[in-house]
Design a protein around this ligand. Structure first.
Ligand code: C2O
Ligand code: CU
Length: 509
């Protein structure tokens, strides 16, 4: 049989399971866009806001007329949004009432290692603590590495402390359990966390109802309304040549925004700020905003993963890879009342081409501004600041008798140190990919220095924590490892790749 890499070399844009829903789907742009509820703190002490989140099973009417069982934070998908001020710490106590262990990671957070959600730092389900490793639900991978004694920290409830001493931006929290992240996120374990500060507030950007968080995620649905996900039969995976449904990641045929299928949102004829997160396990999008008469509106990007750009960047087509965030201004003032602007995915076909729509409901005054200078605090590391350069490949390969995804030729092992760096060091990483891999570093933001030997693309602007490597592409990133010492991660954010080995340890000493 073909090795995974040989097969992938032939089909450079290979994707894994493309799941079709077996249930009636609603027409596009009918379901109103939900806005995830903002969570109230349960209290504050010593300048720290305290939150409680219970992880539990719940169901929601995502498709009209059927209930979808979910794994949730506080009963909703997406989970509740946490809103924070820069530098004001937050403690979130997570209670696990799900049938499986979980791990919480605040993606993009500058978080001490103890609260960063290392994949074996488990929050155990109540009543199941005696055999934590055997509560898997059968749709993830094996138990590699679970015997590493230094790695496993288990608790019944867990306080995660987030200093949030970082540039304001849209973060998101999601499950991160070793080998089971992809199915857990698919089942609903994802929510938003917005960090704000006075400087950003003072810019005069669209705000209030004109600021919309948009969590875009694809899913597929079984005939009974349940989420469909490829069941993995370990016996099949051992046989060479058998197609692995995880291989390229899992794609669904229903596009959800904030948990609703192809929603529509009524807007004023004014500027709006769209805080876009691609929370899909594996799907890439190229977003365009198209009017009823076929015109493309500008998508004016003002921020990236790690906050405001130095200056706006205008896109007609905005690519977004799993886990990337794009902060975008769109101006509906030229659209007649009753007119519609559709947000479309140029990489989609059929129903995956549609994402959502905005319907202009009324004319309205607009005193918002998009300043030409958005921020002046972006780190400007230069190549000459770097004390070392590392080469890291992201490629398919053999893993435990089957196919896996490897970094530097190795699958994830919690017992191994992959990158050891010193607190404060600046490094350049040269990343190279065989197929699409969105590469994410925990703790730090980075700048994209180059792509394929050329200057970065317009959507690489600003401070990133996830860089989308395209098939066969290389990119250089630069960062300073500052903040905290400890053991962190970097990995591919195609969630199935991550579960299939494409993750590595980053130790800051
Ligand atoms: Cu969004 Cu390590 O993850
Ligand atoms: Cu990948």
């Amino acid at each position: 049989g073909l090795t995974a890499s040989a097969a992938l070399a032939r089909r450079p844009s290979v994707t894994g399971a493309r799941l079709r829903s077996a249930v009636a789907l609603p027409p596009p742009f009918r379901v109103p866009l939900p806005i995830p509820p903002v969570l109230d703190p349960v209290g504050a002490s010593d300048g720290t806001d305290r939150y409680e989140i219970t992880q539990r099973e719940a169901s929601a009417e995502i498709l009209p007329g059927v209930r979808t069982p979910l794994w949730t934070y506080e009963g909703t998908f997406p989970g509740p949004t946490i809103e924070s001020r820069r530098g004001r710490p937050v403690t979130v106590t997570h209670h696990n009432e799900l049938p499986v262990p979980t791990v919480v990671h605040l993606h993009g957070g500058r978080t001490p290692a103890a609260s960063d959600g290392y994949p074996t730092d488990l929050v155990l389900p109540r009543g199941r603590q005696e055999r934590p490793m055997h509560t898997g639900h059968g749709s993830g991978h094996g138990m590699r590495g679970m015997h590493d004694p230094r790695a496993v920290v288990t608790e019944l409830t867990r306080d995660y402390t987030f200093p949030l001493d970082q540039r304001p931006t849209l973060l998101w929290y999601h499950d991160h359990r070793m080998d089971f992240t992809a199915p857990a996120i698919w089942r609903g374990l994802a929510g938003l966390h917005i960090v704000r500060d006075d400087a950003e507030d003072a810019l005069g950007l669209p705000a209030g109802p004109r600021e919309l968080p948009l969590m875009i995620a694809d899913r597929a649905f079984a005939a009974d309304g349940g989420l469909a996900y490829p069941a993995l039969d370990p016996a099949l995976r051992e046989r060479p040549g058998v197609h692995d449904p995880y291989l390229g990641g899992v794609l669904g045929d229903v596009i959800l925004v904030n948990g609703a299928p192809w929603p529509v949102h009524e807007v004023d004829a004014a500027r709006h700020r769209l805080r876009i997160l691609n929370a899909s396990n594996a799907r890439h999008y190229e977003l365009e905003a198209v009017t009823d008469d076929g015109r493309r509106l500008d998508l004016v990007q003002i921020g990236a993963d790690q906050g405001l750009l130095a200056a706006p960047v205008t896109h007609r087509l905005l690519p977004t890879a799993p886990a990337e965030r794009h902060d975008v201004i769109i101006d509906f003032s030229g659209i007649p009342v009753g007119g519609r602007v559709r947000l479309l995915n140029r990489l989609g076909s059929g129903r995956t081409r549609d994402v959502m729509a905005f319907r202009v409901a009324r004319r309205a005054a607009d005193d918002s501004r998009v300043p030409r200078t958005l921020s002046t605090d972006l780190p400007a590391w230069r190549r000459s600041d770097a004390v070392r350069v590392r080469d890291l490949s992201f490629r398919a390969g053999r893993m435990g008798g089957g196919h896996g995804w490897l970094i530097g030729g190795l699958p994830f092992d919690p017992a191994r140190s992959d990158v050891i760096t010193r607190l404060g060091d600046v490094e350049v990483w040269r990343l190279v990919a065989d197929v699409h891999h969105p590469v994410h570093l925990h703790l730090v933001g980075f700048r994209v220095l180059s792509r394929g030997g050329r200057p970065p693309l317009p959507h690489d602007a600003g401070l990133k924590d996830t860089v989308s490597l395209r098939p066969g592409e290389s990119a250089e990133i630069i960062t300073r490892f500052d903040g905290y010492r400890g053991r962190y991660l970097f990995h591919c954010h195609n969630a199935e790749h991550e579960d299939m080995g494409m993750m590595a340890n980053l130790e800051i000493v």
